[in-house]
Design a protein around this ligand. Sequence first.
Ligand code: HEC
Ligand code: HEC
Length: 322
Amino acid sequence: MVDIVALLVLALLAILFGWLAKRAWDSKRAWLKWIGVILAGLVTLIFILLFVVGVIGFAKLNLPQSNPVADVKVAGTPDQIARGKKIAMVCTACHSTTNGLPLDGGTRNFVGPLGTVVPPNLTPGGPLKDWSDGEIIRAIREGVANNGRALIVMPADQFHGMSDADVQAVVAYLRSQPAVQHDTPANGLSPLGMLLVGAGIFSTSVQAPITQPVVAPPAGVTADYGKYLVGISGCHACHGADLAGGTPGGFTPVGPNLTAIVPKWSQSDFIKTIRTGVDPTGHALAPDQMPWKLFNAMYTDDELGAIYTYLHSLTLIIKSAK
Ligand code: HEC
Ligand code: HEC
């Protein structure tokens, strides 16, 4: 609603200054004519531009996305719930009042002055009780809400490659949680946030539709499986798309260049680092920066071995200091 008002105000301001430019153009006095036309004309153009950017942002945020909803019914077997519970630990960073399970919803507004975006309660006490399994799966992997709206801040890019079996396991776990009553605010961006989305400076969570089966590599101590686990664990969010170091200024802490560090370690060095939070040089990792306790709880030695095998296989990337 406030978005529409902001767009109307921008349109009115563009019309007002356009009218002033027209008035100046009609003026008999030459100096008034040219100064007026140039100034009012420039301001008119700026408001037209802001209006167009605002309309684009409004459309990206509010028009229903075309991503189809899969027609699936998750069985909810004990195996699925156990597997889903492990993966759901990644979600605790945002969707939890305790930084642990259950996923009763976050407390932090991620976008500050750009609006309100608080991670919702994902237990059956929250909105998901009215969503279909396919809608939840689409939200996790494609960043689209049940009504088709684009989600914001939800890292669907990170979960886009999650296999059908794993994402169904996550749904099984979400449904198995106790129904915690914890209301989070309605999410939405302010007009400024809408303009930033329209200008492409701030992206929504929406990902390409998934219409083909997604299968994970077979579990084992292999680089392929390690790459899959690194993807769904969110290592890229902090350590960068190429794992060669994160980018300052985002929502997440900036992780160091793993392509330069991990290949110098043995597999047991790596596992020990994640298990104890102390690396082979004796440096203690800050738990609020690098969530090693989470990964320690989440992964078996074989899974950490797979992650190590993948990280060890990466070619060294050196980035010049920014
Ligand atoms: C970086 C923080 C973050 C992480 C990590 C994260 N989410 Fe979210 N998630 C959000 C935010 C913020 C929203 C709300 C976005 C909005 O309303 O536009 C959201 C929305 C959702 C929704 C839609 C719920 C609703 O009521 O609208 C689902 C489902 C969801 N997340 C599942 C998950 C699952 C499952 C995981 C872990 C595998 C996860 N999320 C990890 C931040 C996160
Ligand atoms: C929330 C952000 C975040 C996520 C997610 C994250 N890291 Fe980190 N990581 C960091 C930061 C920040 C540091 C540096 C911490 C310090 O030095 O105290 C770090 C340090 C490390 C180190 C130690 C480097 C050294 O020189 O001792 C390793 C290894 C590592 N991360 C691997 C991973 C892997 C593998 C994943 C995914 C399974 C991952 N990280 C996910 C932020 C993150």
